[in-house]
Design a protein around this ligand. Structure first.
Ligand SMILES: *Cc1c(COP(=O)(O)O)cnc(C)c1O
Length: 401
């Protein structure tokens, strides 16, 4: 059994804050703070460039990738860290299209849904435009995805958990369907990694990507990850062929040759300070069972939904009511959602707002429990009942919502 009192003690949380936004930016793990402080002087300061060898900085993207892999059902040596998630989406999709171009060049559809995160759609649009080989990004409603997977589809590019509603796709079923029609699957695990149990190998996913600053608590701008199925790992051709993905970076050859296995998905110099923070943040998961996390996450979400429905009749549930169809977040809808969220934040209850009308709350069992849920609902109910959101200072839109 996972000891959630222990995991909670590993995080720094400011006084007076009820943090329900760990789905967007995880809080600071004390170990990350200490680790980065120590390495600033002990490694960057004292070792200088020798750190690449002496502190094995160069190995960090693979070593940390293996630690993330354990949380998403990826075998050792199939995950590597680096860059941002948007970049990793581009790489994974480009590699999948490249494989399909050889296997079945007539297929031209990249299938996704309109609940996907816009950056994933933008990256796909940019890639398709650059390739200029007649590919088309087909965007359907989430519930239409399964029916739209047919012989015209080259690649399915799906995000397992919808960033707005928390709606959960069935990775195993949709991957099997893609394979049955001869297509490949690319999965975005941005709101899955550290939130719900993921079994990439069991689902037979071809490529997967995700970020580490949400449920994995790696810190703002922490590096992304990419998974390549063992089936493709020696076949995948990286579209972003940087020197650190080369077979022998320090041979300084004039031509690119893909590196060994998933190393080929590396691009340039890794962000060592950010990787150190993430590495330390991952310690929190060492004695955690994802099944326990899921069980507690469902309980917290169910409690929150029941309480809000009972006490805030003006709010409409924007997430699936069935816990089995939901990730680890809950959204409620209201036309004045932005102002409501600002009023909540002013009272120390931190969630976020996603246009046009969703107030979004993440439930992260490592450091959130029933007491926070109940205290958060209490404040939300006060704000709703007494229309405390209806003040000009809560309606002024900030740059980041
Ligand atoms: C958070 C998120 C992103 C963000 O991409 P970055 O490149 O890290 O800014 C992309 N896609 C999805 C599905 C996300 O949830």
């Amino acid at each position: 059994m996972t000891d959630f009192d222990k995991t909670r003690s590993l995080f720094y949380m400011p006084d007076g804050v009820i943090y329900l936004d760990g789905n967007s930016l995880g809080p600071l793990p004390k170990a990350a703070r200490d680790r980065v402080a120590a390495m600033m002087t002990g490694e960057w300061g004292d070792m200088l460039i020798r750190g690449w060898n002496e502190a094995a900085w160069m190995m960090m993207p693979r070593r940390v990738g293996d630690r993330v892999g354990r949380l998403i059902g990826a075998p050792q040596g199939t995950v590597v860290m680096g860059d941002t998630l948007s970049i990793k989406v581009y790489q994974a999709l480009a590699s999948a299209i490249d494989i399909m171009a050889e296997r079945d060049p007539k297929r031209r559809i990249v299938l996704t849904d309109n609940g996907n995160f816009p950056s994933d759609l933008y990256m796909a649009e940019g890639l398709i435009q650059t390739l200029d080989r007649g590919y088309e990004l087909k965007v359907v409603a989430p519930e239409e995805v399964e029916g739209a997977i047919d012989e015209t589809v080259a690649v399915t590019m799906l995000t397992e958990v919808d960033y707005r509603t928390g709606r959960l796709h069935d990775m195993k079923v949709l991957t099997a369907k893609a394979h049955a029609v001869g297509a490949l699957s690319v999965w975005d695990l941005a709101h899955s990694a550290g939130a719900i149990p993921v079994d990439l190998l069991g689902a037979d996913a071809d490529f997967a990507v995700g970020c580490s600053y949400k449920y994995l608590n790696g810190g703002p701008g922490a590096p992304a990850f990419i998974y390549v199925s063992p089936r493709w790992i020696d076949r995948a051709r990286p579209a972003l062929s940087g020197w650190l993905g080369h077979e022998r970076p320090f041979a300084f050859d004039l031509h690119y040759r893909p590196g060994d296995g998933v190393d080929r998905m590396r691009v340039g110099t890794p962000p060592i300070l950010a990787l150190a923070a993430l590495d330390a943040a991952l310690d929190a998961w060492d004695e955690v069972e994802m099944a326990d996390v899921r069980q507690k996450s469902v309980a917290l979400c169910e409690l929150f939904i029941a309480e809000v429905k009972a006490r805030c009749p003006d709010l409409t549930l924007g997430s699936p009511r069935d816990a089995a169809r939901r990730g680890s977040q809950v959204s409620f809808l209201h036309d004045e959602g932005y102002a409501i969220m600002q009023a909540l934040i002013a009272r120390g209850v931190i969630g976020d707002f996603r246009a046009p009308n969703a107030i979004r709350f993440g439930f992260t069992p490592l450091y959130i429990g029933e007491a926070e849920v109940m205290a958060g609902v209490e404040i939300l109910a006060d704000i709703m009942t007494n229309r405390l959101w209806d003040q000009p200072q809560f309606k002024k839109k900030a740059l980041v919502t």
